[in-house]
Design a protein around this ligand. Structure first.
Ligand code: KPL
Length: 329
């Protein structure tokens, strides 16, 4: 930590730009102080300059408030802080056109699921202050124009590039002005892995089996593969210098979350149902790539990655998306 006072603000305009106006982006925009936030338009010509995104936000306490957030380009209104809430696979291409206009010292906070996209951004812009956030806040949009803060969670933020380290406290304070719980995290790599291992043990199974989180636990396909999956995760975590975790402890963590979120539709199943690209390449796909590069056996991660990729390809080719994979019955 840099010893800066709790009230210290980020330099510049003090405004916050959010790239990615999905559920999570809308959640932060709705809780951050009104007037301090703008959404950054993606290349969509239909958005007129000065237009706003209006929606209703159902807060966790049940109150519903109207929210209106302007669309402002980074060039027109250089922000003091940029939050990126796009899907993992879109992050680099979404950021690319805006970086030339972003003030050099303005921190970028990456909220992506999984692992790999955050590191790609830090490698692409090593001199920019880049931070990653790991959040357990849950939001969804049951209908257009209506966003629900469905799960009260916490957010941990940590530096990925050297120039981000002295700004960590200010970034945390700025985000905490939302009223959401935000912590500085000295070891964001470990924190991201803690979430990754849970997603690696739940998301693909739910997408393949077309079921809610809790329903995987008694499914034959899950029971057949979970122990080998946890062995692979433990080996790759070890190779990545994470805190050592035994395979049975990994399984316990996965199953505790699956039970606590038993009625949830996972983000991956939801992506599959909506015909969106899933984040499999940044979850089991990431673990498979890291394992392969180090000569670690990762056959279950590879199998889950391939099955989810195949389901998405089938959906795009017009095949029904509500079936499970043949080997998964
Ligand atoms: O983070 C999740 C996700 O769906 O991506 C879990 C923990 C599986 C909760 O649904």
């Amino acid at each position: 930590m840099n010893g800066l006072g709790a009230n210290q603000q980020l330099p510049g305009s003090g405004s916050i730009a959010i790239l990615g106006a999905g559920s999570l982006g809308q959640l932060w925009a709705g809780y951050l102080p009104a007037g301090s936030v703008a959404f950054v338009p993606r290349p969509t010509p239909e958005k007129e300059p000065g237009a706003s995104l209006a929606y209703r936000l159902e807060r966790f306490d049940g109150s519903v408030r109207p929210v209106s957030v302007p669309w402002l380009s980074v060039a027109a209104a250089p922000p003091s802080l940029l939050l990126v809430t796009t899907k993992a696979g879109d992050t680099l291409s979404a950021l690319e056109p805006h970086l030339p206009d972003l003030p050099q010292g303005a921190p970028i906070v990456l909220f992506q699921n999984g692992m790999g996209s955050q590191q790609s951004v830090a490698e692409r812009w090593p001199r920019q202050p880049v931070l990653a956030a790991s959040t357990t806040e849950g939001a969804n949009r049951p209908e257009p124009g209506y966003t629900v803060h469905a799960g009260k969670g916490e957010t941990w933020v940590g530096a990925l590039t050297d120039s981000a380290t002295p700004l960590l406290r200010q970034v945390v304070n700025t985000l905490a002005a939302s009223g959401l719980t935000v912590h500085p995290e000295a070891d964001i790599h470990q924190r991201l892995w803690d979430k990754l291992l849970v997603n690696a043990g739940i998301n693909a199974f739910t997408a393949i089996l077309n079921c809610r989180n809790g329903d995987i636990l008694n499914h034959r396909f899950y029971l057949e593969h979970i122990d080998n999956l946890c062995e692979e995760i433990a080996a790759v975590m070890n190779a990545e210098d994470c805190q050592p975790l035994a395979p049975h402890a990994i399984r316990q963590r996965i199953e505790a979350v699956a039970r606590n979120t038993a009625n949830n539709t996972s983000s991956m199943l939801s992506d599959r149902q909506q015909g969106r690209t899933t984040e499999i390449d940044f979850i089991n796909g990431y673990i498979a790539r890291q394992g392969q590069a180090r000569g670690i056996r990762v056959t279950v991660n590879q199998m889950l990655t391939q099955q989810v990729q195949q389901l998405s390809a089938d959906t795009k080719a017009g095949e029904p998306s509500n079936h499970t994979r043949p080997g998964a019955s």
